[in-house]
Design a protein around this ligand. Structure first.
Ligand SMILES: O=C(O)CCC(=O)C(=O)O
Ligand SMILES: [Fe+2]
Length: 515
């Protein structure tokens, strides 16, 4: 041993040194156990929160996730919280088994992606915009005055804000971040653990130019850590700036999606909210009737027809879709259903239209023979060239911004020789719990979905000119899910069916589009 011998046992001093070494080890061990305990407490809390949510859903999971708050929380938990939990478990090296189990779920193909969380947050902002919802109310689980879910946590609200920020929707970012901060402040004391969170609040509020909030959070950080560099920098900069400029408490810029031309969009939103409606004299002559169109079969079972608008004609036929037909069309659409696209020639995914859709070839389905016949009976149009039904499904916050079903100016659409889309026949294939109506902004008409009914309208004047008054939209779905089946018939095969005016009556567009 020679010179290597430390002779600890012979030296109190040396033993004392060892004692201190062990003391340090012990401290490390304690730190480690505190860390583990904190991890376990966090983990337990995480389990409790999810367990809590699941026990409420046990009886009827589909009703539970059928509202925007719970469905957002579910996706957020899957996309964010489970990933974080997984990495915490991994780091502690203790739960390798659990980690690999979680991993196999997280990496499975069905697992929601970041895009889903983004889409869900975007739906939130749309609901708020279109229905003028109050964010605090939403965050406490209320939508349009109805209690739909438990309160959202501060981090749920923060993630909504963060996602909206990433999407460039800065105007909607601020209220969510402020709501998150309010919740965080109510439920936490400012201590060392808060610093990182307050930093995130500071960063995002600086980014959206909400400098009042950024100043508040950096001052709070400095109370906990007086030498915190970036908080100091932020505070100093804001104070310097405000000695030069008058500080605004609102974000200094306003960005929304490019398809929103503000005036028309505001008008459409007001029609969705039933804030803009027709006057009593405009609706005076509307009525319901039994209609058999001189078809012998319909004499026995006439259509229940509701006239929604006279010019342009909008009709609603009630009780014209059987459950068996709904199930069949949905089932046939499922293998190919995907995110809806817009544009006829070069169609692409857009947040103008946030639904899923696909086409089903009805000529392949002998059991849809009556369904096809019914379309002919209702529309009184020629259906020889119609072969496929578009099946579309909207989730919460899903919508279709105002648009025309006619082809616009393009002459390169499919089967051009058949002419433009003369009419739309749209079946409502589900009840929608809240929202999801079909709005005709220029006509101030807002039709609520009724399962099993068909909404019919013309997109062209009888002269064949495009009738722009028929502009329409699918208002965002607030609760539940919306299914529709679309049938578009073409102009040219109707030459013997719809009396064709020689006069170009497109001037009506100009006269009737004022609002
Ligand atoms: O969802 C709606 O109510 C409207 C759908 C629509 O306009 C379309 O699919 O072209
Ligand atoms: Fe449409």
């Amino acid at each position: 041993m020679g010179s290597c011998q430390k002779d600890y046992f012979s030296s109190i001093k040396s033993l004392e040194k060892l004692y201190h070494t062990e003391e340090t080890l012990l401290k490390h061990a304690k730190d480690y156990s505190i860390f583990l305990k904190a991890q376990i407490d966090k983990f337990r809390k995480f389990i409790e929160v999810i367990q809590d949510a699941h026990s409420k859903a046990d009886e009827n999971p589909s009703a539970f996730i059928g509202n925007p708050i719970d469905s957002f929380s579910l996706i957020k938990r899957l996309v964010e919280d489970w990933r974080i939990t997984k990495s915490q478990v991994e780091n502690s090296n203790i739960f390798e088994e659990i980690s690999s189990r979680i991993d196999s779920i997280i990496s499975s193909e069905e697992y929601p992606t970041e895009d889903e969380l983004t889409g869900s947050a975007e739906g939130f902002s749309r609901l708020r915009d279109v229905y003028n919802l109050d964010i605090s109310e939403m965050a406490s689980g209320f939508i349009s005055g109805i209690k739909m879910a438990d309160s959202m946590s501060w981090s749920d609200c923060f993630y909504v804000g963060k996602k909206l920020y990433e999407m460039g929707d800065y105007n909607n970012t601020q209220p969510w971040i402020r709501e998150a901060l309010d919740k965080f402040t109510k439920n936490h004391n400012d201590d060392q653990d808060s610093v990182e969170i307050l930093e995130s609040f500071t960063n995002i509020t600086v980014a959206i130019n909400d400098l009042d909030t950024a100043l508040n959070t950096s001052e709070r950080i400095l109370k906990i850590q007086p030498n915190h560099k970036s908080a100091k920098f932020t505070k100093d900069t804001i104070e310097k700036l405000s000695s030069i400029f008058v500080r605004k408490s609102n974000p200094g810029f306003y960005v929304r999606n490019s398809y929103i031309s503000v005036r028309d969009y505001k008008h459409y939103e007001a029609v969705c909210r039933d804030e803009i409606t027709r006057s009593p004299s405009e609706i005076r002559d509307l009525h319901c009737k039994y209609e058999s169109y001189r078809v012998p079969f319909l004499k026995i079972a006439p259509f229940k027809l509701e006239i929604i608008n006279f010019d342009p004609l909008i009709l609603m036929f009630h009780g014209v879709l059987y459950n068996s037909e709904t199930l069949l069309l949905k089932a046939r659409s499922l293998p190919t259903i995907g995110r809806s696209k817009v544009g006829i020639v070069k169609s692409e995914i857009s947040n103008e239209r946030t639904s899923h859709s696909s086409y089903v070839n009805i000529r392949d389905e002998p059991s849809l023979k009556n369904f096809v016949q019914r379309i002919e009976d209702m529309t009184q149009l020629n259906i020889d060239d119609f072969n496929s039904v578009q099946v579309a499904n909207y989730g919460i916050g899903g919508h279709y911004a105002p648009h025309h079903d006619h082809f616009g100016k393009s002459d390169s659409y499919p089967q051009y020789h058949l002419g433009d889309r003369i009419s739309t026949s749209m079946f409502y294939a589900s009840e929608v719990d809240l929202g999801g109506s079909t709005a005709f902004p220029l006509l101030k008409v807002n039709v609520k979905p009724v399962k099993g009914s068909l909404l019919f309208w013309y997109n062209l004047y009888s002269s064949g000119e495009q009738d722009n008054r028929a502009m329409h939209a699918g208002c965002p779905v607030t609760k539940g899910s919306k299914w529709i089946f679309n049938v578009w018939l073409r102009f040219k095969p109707q030459f013997q069916k719809r009396k064709c005016d020689i006069e170009d009556d497109s001037w009506k567009s100009i006269r009737n589009t004022k609002h």
